[in-house]
Design a protein around this ligand. Structure first.
Ligand SMILES: [Fe+2]
Ligand SMILES: [Fe+2]
Length: 371
């Protein structure tokens, strides 16, 4: 195997998508006719397999797609037995019927190699390799592939471990600072899922890859991390804040950015492909499209789309949650308020539309994860 593979897989600036692209290229020297390599991530909380990264040179890529692992007896079995599966002739072995198999047949792929990915005992997801040739994956190809696939698993696993330790640090800091007294774990989970819902809906227009969407999902709960630097007398105050207190409260944005820089530095994560995304979420989640937000009074497109997504999700969640001073609003009243704010030029109308067009799912998130 060429040295470049190792270097590109563990390079310090590339996204996982870029690394997969490089790997696919290298792999063609060993096994020609590979038309697609794709990784789907597994979420044990929801039993969902979600498309994550892919490199597709022949055929149309499948993006923003998810399905329950339990709905696929074959994949469930591969995960249970930790084995790979080779199909030599897809057209005679796979029956049409599900969106995924219909798509697979349409692309004209003839043979495939599937491998579950693990981090220790934990299922990370699956790698799918496809070719337009029948019987492309002979014994030698399978050995080569197993090696290449393990490099992919290591790259994904090390990035996710890094992110997990960062999130765990943030969680510990939160608990230490009594932040949990007003910011519940369910709020953070709802923020992750609402933000993902909006990100998926605006993905095509903003060209957000599945990898970026996944990072928005992971980083959304960090948006208010700076509140751990706000004194309890202000953070936990019942009733409205004085002007001076509000000025201090608003500093949670700058404090959040400082904390992230510190933590990213401590974990040597500044190179993490989407650390910029994380910083943007924290730095700009109180900006409004009309320039009336804080701390920078940014206008419209000056606000990164990931921050606009978080702002819409955060306000929707705040309105539909109970607070000491207010009862929860119904989801439809909350959505109407968001639409009013979009008309007034404050919120990104597309992010608000995303909630409107996925309203049932948004309501499900609110009820399933209520405080
Ligand atoms: Fe905030
Ligand atoms: Fe929040």
């Amino acid at each position: 195997m060429r040295q470049v593979t190792q270097a590109s897989l563990f390079g310090r600036v590339d996204t996982l998508s870029e690394r997969l692209y490089q790997l696919h290229h290298d792999l063609l020297d060993h096994i020609p006719h590979i038309a697609r390599i794709a990784c789907a991530l597994y979420d044990p909380d929801t039993d969902l397999l979600k498309t994550f990264i892919n490199c597709t040179t022949e055929g149309k890529a499948i993006n923003a797609y998810e399905y329950r692992l339990a709905a696929s007896p074959t994949l469930s079995e591969l995960a249970r037995n930790r084995t790979c599966r080779v199909i030599d002739q897809i057209s005679s072995e796979i029956a049409p019927g599900s969106a995924h198999s219909d798509w697979l047949l349409e692309q004209g792929y003839q043979s495939s190699f599937t491998m579950p990915m693990f981090s220790g005992e934990q299922l990370l997801g699956f790698i799918f390799v496809d070719s337009k040739l029948t019987s492309c994956f002979n014994a030698k190809a399978q050995r080569d592939l197993a090696l290449f696939c393990n490099l992919i698993v290591m790259a994904i696993d090390s990035e996710f471990r890094a992110i997990k330790s960062l999130l765990a640090t943030a969680q510990a800091a939160r608990e230490f600072a009594h932040l949990r007294d007003f910011e519940t774990g369910s709020h953070l989970k709802r923020m992750a899922r609402l933000s993902r819902l909006i990100a998926r809906a605006v993905a095509e227009r903003h060209q957000l890859s599945d990898e970026v969407i996944e990072h928005i999902y992971l980083f959304a709960p960090l948006h208010d991390i700076g509140k751990i630097g706000i004194p309890d007398r202000i953070l936990l105050k019942q009733g409205s804040l004085s002007d001076d207190e509000r000025v201090i409260m608003e500093q949670h944005v700058e404090k959040g950015v400082q904390i992230l820089h510190k933590v990213l530095g401590d974990y040597e994560l500044e190179h993490l492909s989407d650390s910029k995304l994380m910083l943007n979420i924290v730095a700009y989640h109180h900006e409004f499209m009309d320039g009336s937000g804080y701390p920078n009074g940014l206008l419209g497109d000056e606000i990164p789309v990931e921050a606009r997504i978080i702002t819409a999700a955060d306000i929707f969640d705040a309105l539909t949650s109970a607070r000491p001073y207010k009862a929860p609003w119904s989801p439809s009243d909350a959505l109407e308020e968001l639409e009013r704010m979009a008309r007034a030029g404050k919120l990104d109308p597309e992010c608000v539309d995303a909630i409107r067009s996925n309203f049932d799912e948004a309501c499900r998130i609110i009820t399933e994860l209520s405080d």
